[in-house]
Design a protein around this ligand. Structure first.
Ligand code: F6P
Length: 388
């Protein structure tokens, strides 16, 4: 028996991103206006059990967090709650742990738990749901790789940071007639590289979704030289596969697993281009700068709508669903569906077509062709689980 006021719980799981605090604020304010209490569990799912750790949330606590990066609740992408490993392989969470989490929520009078997370954290939420725990999901990730939603918040801020980096690299690359390689995050989806590459005037964009070769990258650089543009900006997604196959791990070795730490492709591209062309090539790895800092206005807006809508789902008892953005509005979908369909860049999508039309290279044989040569009508751009 609970002696608490009906309460909504919220937690932030997985890697952080700009906009998490905007969700917490929106959910808290909405819950308060509906007459619910609100608490935030600390360090992601870890705060649910041994030791149970949480903080009360109200509109005074969340008063100044809209524009703050990170999450006031803390987060964890390691620990006892793991539901995905390797290539999206499901791992069963210990039922004892799930039962303890259920007990915690019952004791605190939590009638619904809002889980904010990417595919890994939403996969945990799904297992909580299957265990009978009342959860709703809110999708976040800078990678923008969840098929159920046209955009996740955090993505736009990451793209803005990467675009700003390209703007800065542009002037120094031009001054020194250098090839500059910018490595960006995104895991196994090339969304950040594609959007920042286009917005920041990149010349070559290397994506996980488009096989590429060093020959084609070098050809593009020489083509630009011949046009009198003796500098080139290459944007490499951390998950872009090497021409020989395999992604590059954080320690520089090729790998094939999904939850591994990616990183190092930029140095490899720079080294190879430098060796082949005898040119000065420099690399910048943007890393976690893409995850920190203030959310853009778009991300604050999206996160705010997500937070308010998540409380609505709890209020209406629609558990096992996640909020999502399907333009023009916010709606919801089963969490199970959201984690099943990951979204990657469609190589024939409209953004790639537009980039090619401008002469941006992707390091493949499609470089250098006539704009829209294949006569393909523009497509939404999502390869998997795309938004109609
Ligand atoms: O999923 C978000 C993300 O930033 C990826 O783009 C990146 O590969 C990964 O997380 C990095 O994770 P960590 O912070 O654990 O190194």
């Amino acid at each position: 028996m609970s002696y608490h006021k009906p309460t909504i719980g919220i937690l932030t799981g997985g890697g952080d991103c700009p906009g998490l605090n905007a969700v917490i604020r929106a959910a808290t304010k909405t819950a308060e206006r509906l007459g619910y209490g609100c608490i935030g569990f600390l360090r992601g799912y870890e705060g649910l059990v041994d030791p149970v750790s949480y903080m009360p949330l109200d509109s005074r606590v969340t008063a100044d967090i809209l524009l703050k990066g990170g999450t006031i609740l803390g987060s964890s992408n390691q620990g006892r709650f793991t539901a995905l490993v390797g290539e999206g392989k499901r791992v069963q969470i210990d039922p004892v742990l799930l039962a303890r989490a259920a007990t915690t929520l019952r004791r605190l009078g939590v009638l619904g738990l809002i889980c904010v997370g990417g595919d890994g954290s939403l996969a945990i939420a799904q297992q909580l749901h299957e265990h009978g725990i009342p959860v709703v999901g809110v999708p976040k990730t800078i990678d923008n790789d969840l098929g159920a939603t046209a955009f996740t918040f955090g993505f736009d801020s990451a793209v803005a940071t990467a675009t700003d980096a390209l703007d800065r690299l542009h002037t120094t690359a031009a001054s020194h007639e250098r090839v500059m390689v910018l490595e960006v995050m995104g895991r196994h989806a090339g969304w950040i590289a594609l959007h920042a590459g286009i917005a920041g005037g990149g010349d070559v964009i290397l994506l996980p979704e488009i096989p590429w070769t060093f020959e084609n990258v070098c050809r593009k650089i020489l083509e630009r030289d011949a046009q009198g543009k003796r500098f080139t900006l290459v944007v490499a997604a951390e998950g872009a596969k090497l021409p020989g196959g395999g992604t590059v791990h954080g320690d520089g070795t090729p790998g094939t697993q999904r939850q591994v730490r990616l990183g190092g492709i930029g140095e490899i591209v720079a080294g190879e281009v430098s060796a082949r062309l005898g040119r000065d090539v420099r690399t910048v790895v943007l890393g976690h700068l893409q995850r920190g800092g203030t959310p853009t206005a778009f991300d604050r807006m999206l996160a705010t709508e997500f937070g308010a809508h998540a409380v609505r789902l709890v209020h209406e008892g629609r558990f096992g669903e996640t909020v999502c953005y399907r333009p023009p509005g916010i709606t919801s979908a089963p969490i199970a569906e959201a984690i099943r369909n990951l979204s990657t860049v469609d190589p024939r999508g409209s953004a790639v077509q537009a980039a090619r039309a401008l002469g941006i290279g992707f390091g493949d044989d499609g470089d250098g062709g006539q704009p829209f040569a294949a006569g393909e009508p523009p497509r939404s751009g999502h390869a998997d689980g795309g938004i109609a």
